[in-house]
Design a protein around this ligand. Structure first.
Ligand code: ADP
Length: 840
């Protein structure tokens, strides 16, 4: 049921007054006085309406709801009827006079249509041809007859029926307004027909033949692209002129849209034309190059890439990827930025050594000879390297050997040992320093999406070395950093892990790279900062540093000749005296290794090279025959050193001149080697305060405290009155004051100096000592014994007190030095006192 009463609808249509043509109003109800007087304009519309709607009888017919369309009078349209109620409505119509009311649904999605879902203006149609479709639906051809104002729906039966009032459109009065409007509409419609694919020229021709505003509006509205609600609005507009005005506005909007569309289309077309033109020209260029027997650069590159990947021996996965990327590159315009990124990537792919390898030569005897030839001393280290190579030889590459790690101060030959291993095995040598690497991406590369991305340093080094099985030294793993950009150590673990490194993933490369044939060797100055996960995989070989004697031999046998050669000097012309070399080692360098020693020798060679060159020029100018090499011409002696290197730079601890009270000689160790130091203790009247100076670290301070506590608790044994401690201030100073020191190994030295000061017994000047002290006076072992003994020896010490547990380390000390010293291994502080203090 419609919500309005039928009488109200009729009232609205006819107005409340009597119709102009004198016919009685359809409504039987009384005129409604309460209606406000309509405005002038609307009065005119009302008048027109009256003219248009003549009194005609109400009709009652079955209703066919329309889902997606609106039908206007005069339109001929096929309709598909599928819903049961609709089929019955159609059958009913076919049984009677083939007439039917079609009304659009307000909402297309509703299936079970009720009256409330339908608009209240529809169209009466006559059914023409009927076609039964195979799946049960029916197609009917309908022709619109006249507009209907539905007065009442009734839904009782198996389909909806409606009572409706036919709107009879009388011919509108001509008039300028109507004529002008028709003209404008036709003009717009013509343009729309031209631009739109949905409006055919036939529709425009048909429109030309309609000279009434109402039917013209219907025709145009049925052809242009507007939504159903807009179509219904046109159907509901009974006044022909107003209807045509509405259609005019819709047409103008449609035309705007079409204009816009065609502009966009045009732009797109232009773009397509441009690239087509470029493509065409390029093809032409190719054809011309082909005719001339030339090849275009891209095709040539691609051909070369293909040849290279075919030869590279890639795995199937990598090969597939490389081929795919090359295909992609071939299909790209060569000037696009993407193509240059892709080309860079492919260049990396083809440049990496996927399967190029050198052949291993694992002859242990030859390896031993190589090591002997290149390195002085280092007997234990050489032995372990040879054992390592022997195991590799026997077990083959399959065995998961641990990774060698050389640990030691700078310049002791870690890198050069790696180089010798490569030489001995007949492999190529690659080196990468990890010092200061904090970002995982440095190891593993950046993803290709970053501008300027590159593979990580591992693969960069692999590309440089050009084979897949080099000896690969990674220096300074103890200097590896870690921060918010990821943990490079984790990436490194993957590199070194034999379980994983056959498919090392680099962010840039994206395909796995096999590192399993690489022989990795790590180096570090100290082991402590190395992440423990890494440490677990390593076989650590320590290189402790050289004695002065060893340095001398290294210089004599290796460094001098190497530097002479590098500076283009003749060994017959320039020589170094033994004492000169010793003096360089003592006074111009301060190190555990020989790097600075080599540098100083090099510096002298450069200066001599300059003199030689200048002398050569003088002789040439005087056209004298070149003199024969004179072995003494450039002989470097202890005395001439200062001329070349300037004044000496280092002095080292030397033993005290006489026995002193309150001063004991300790020995320290650093990465640069060992040194002696005289620890001083002064006592002053006071209140038991302790002062420690000389930049001592926490551990060293605690060890001083332990020494004092020991002395206090054992005071009587040394003939000291324990009560004295309360009236004394103790000051301990460890020179040199500007150098920070730490560690527990000066414990017994501080205690000795203190007891000497308290008992006034002098400390023997020829004694040096090292060892940690406990509260009960036990002496615990320390590290770096070799360097400490060497430093003591150099300082002129003859008695060396050391913890008993360190006695075994004495074997490391060259026997000629060992012979010159008396070693006193101790377990108790009392033994130290016995050996170090002079008997009063
Ligand atoms: P590290 O890697 O430990 O810092 P290097 O391998 O760079 O040390 O060595 C520095 C220099 O000292 C090299 O020229 C090396 O040949 C030389 N060198 C070090 N130890 C020896 C040695 N035992 N025999 C011969 N030359 C040595």
């Amino acid at each position: 049921m419609t919500s309005k009463k039928s009488s109200e609808i009729i009232d609205e249509l006819f107005g409340s007054g009597p119709p102009e043509d004198g016919s009685a109003p359809y409504s039987s109800g009384p005129a409604r006085e309460s209606n406000p007087r309509p405005e002038l304009a609307s009065r005119r519309t009302t008048r027109r309406r009256r003219r248009m709607i003549t009194r005609s009888p109400l009709i009652e017919m079955p209703v066919l709801p329309l889902r997606e369309t609106v039908i206007y009078p005069h339109m001929v349209t096929p309709l598909f009827v599928g819903r049961d109620a609709s089929l019955r409505a159609v059958e009913q119509a076919l049984d009677t006079d083939r007439s039917l009311i079609v009304v659009a649904q307000r909402d297309q999605d509703i299936d079970d249509v009720e009256a409330q879902h339908l608009y209240t203006v529809g169209c009466e149609v006559t059914i023409g041809r009927v076609l039964k479709m195979p799946e049960g639906s029916t197609s009917i051809l309908v022709q619109g007859q006249r507009r209907l104002q539905i007065v009442e729906y009734s839904e009782g039966g198996s389909y909806i029926t409606a009572r409706a009032l036919p709107i009879v459109e009388v011919e509108a009065e001509g008039g300028l307004e109507s004529e002008a409007l028709i003209r404008v509409v036709l003009e717009l419609f013509e343009r729309v027909a031209k631009l739109s694919r949905n409006v055919s020229d036939d529709a425009y021709v048909a429109a030309l033949n309609v000279d009434e505003p109402g039917p013209l509006a219907d025709l145009v509205a049925s052809t242009i692209q507007i939504d159903n609600a807009a179509r219904q609005q046109i159907l509901e507009e009974f006044d022909p002129l107003t209807r045509l005005q509405k259609v005019h506005i819709m047409l103008a909007k449609e035309l705007d849209l079409l204009d816009m569309e065609s502009k966009i289309q045009g732009d797109v077309q232009k773009e397509i034309d441009h690239s087509q033109r470029e493509y065409y020209l390029r093809e032409q260029m190719k054809a011309i190059q082909h005719e001339l027997g030339e090849e275009d650069p891209l095709t040539r590159d691609i051909r070369e890439f293909r040849a290279k990947i075919a030869a590279a021996g890639m795995s199937e996965e990598v090969l597939a990827r490389a081929t795919e990327e090359i295909d992609r590159l071939a299909a790209m315009p060569s000037i696009s930025p993407e193509a240059s990124v892709l080309r860079g990537y492919i260049e990396w792919l083809v440049a990496l050594p996927w399967s190029v390898a050198t052949e291993d030569r694992l002859d242990i005897r030859a390896a031993a000879a190589t090591l002997e030839r290149n390195h002085y001393g280092l007997e234990k280290v050489k032995e372990r390297i040879l054992e390592f190579l022997a195991v590799r030889k026997l077990a083959g590459a399959k065995q998961k050997s641990p990774i060698l790690c050389f640990v030691g101060p700078p310049g002791v030959g870690k890198t050069s040992l790696g180089r010798s291993i490569a030489e001995a095995m007949g492999r190529k040598f690659a080196r990468l320093s990890l010092g200061g690497v904090r970002d995982e991406a440095e190891i593993r590369g950046h993803r290709r999406t970053y501008i300027g991305a590159l593979p990580g340093r591992i693969l960069q080094t692999m590309k440089t070395v050009g084979v897949c099985n080099p000896v690969f030294i990674m220096d300074e793993i103890d200097k590896l950093g870690m921060d918010y950009r990821g943990d490079p150590a984790a990436a490194l673990l993957e590199v070194l892990d034999p379980e994983q490194n056959n498919a090392f993933s680099d962010h840039y490369l994206e395909v796995p790279f096999d590192l399993s044939r690489v022989l990795f060797i790590l180096t570090a100055n100290v082991l402590d900062p190395v992440p423990s996960a890494l440490r677990d995989r390593m076989e650590v070989i320590e290189l402790p540093g050289y004695t002065e004697e060893e340095k001398f031999h290294i210089a004599r046998q290796f460094l001098v000749s190497k530097q002479l050669e590098q500076n283009g000097l003749d060994a017959a012309e320039m020589t170094f005296g033994d004492r000169a070399l010793h003096e360089i080692i003592r006074s111009y360098t301060h190190e555990a290794g020989v790097r600075n020693l080599e540098r100083e020798v090099g510096a002298i060679c450069r200066k001599v090279a300059r003199s030689v060159a200048e002398a050569g020029e003088d002789e040439a100018a005087e056209s004298k025959p070149r003199r024969k090499a004179n072995p003494n011409r450039y002989h470097i002696t202890e005395k001439t050193l200062e001329k070349y290197l300037g004044p000496s730079r280092f002095s080292y601890g030397i033993a005290e001149k006489r026995d002193e009270v309150g001063v004991a000689t300790g020995v320290s160790w650093s990465a640069a080697g060992g040194d002696t130091m005289g620890i001083e203790v002064t006592l002053m009247d006071g209140s038991g305060k302790l002062t420690l100076t000389g930049q001592l670290g926490e551990v060293m301070r605690e060890s001083a405290q332990a020494g004092i506590s020991y002395a206090r608790s054992w005071a009587r044994q040394f003939g000291i009155d324990p009560a004295r401690f309360e009236k004394l201030d103790i000051h301990i100073h460890v020179p040199a004051g500007a150098i920070p020191k730490d560690g527990p190994s000066a414990g017994i030295t501080m205690a000795t100096a203190l007891i000497s000061a308290l008992t006034q017994r002098p400390v023997r000047r020829e004694v040096a000592m090292t060892g940690e002290i406990t509260l009960r006076g036990k002496v615990l072992p320390i590290g770096g014994l070799k360097e400490k003994v060497l430093a003591a020896h150099r300082a002129g010490i003859t008695t060396f007190i050391l913890p008993k547990e360190n006695e075994k380390d004495l074997l490391e000390i060259p026997s000629n030095i060992r012979k010159q010293l008396r070693f006193v291994p101790v377990e108790q502080m009392s033994e130290v006192i016995g050996a170090a203090l002079r008997q009063e």
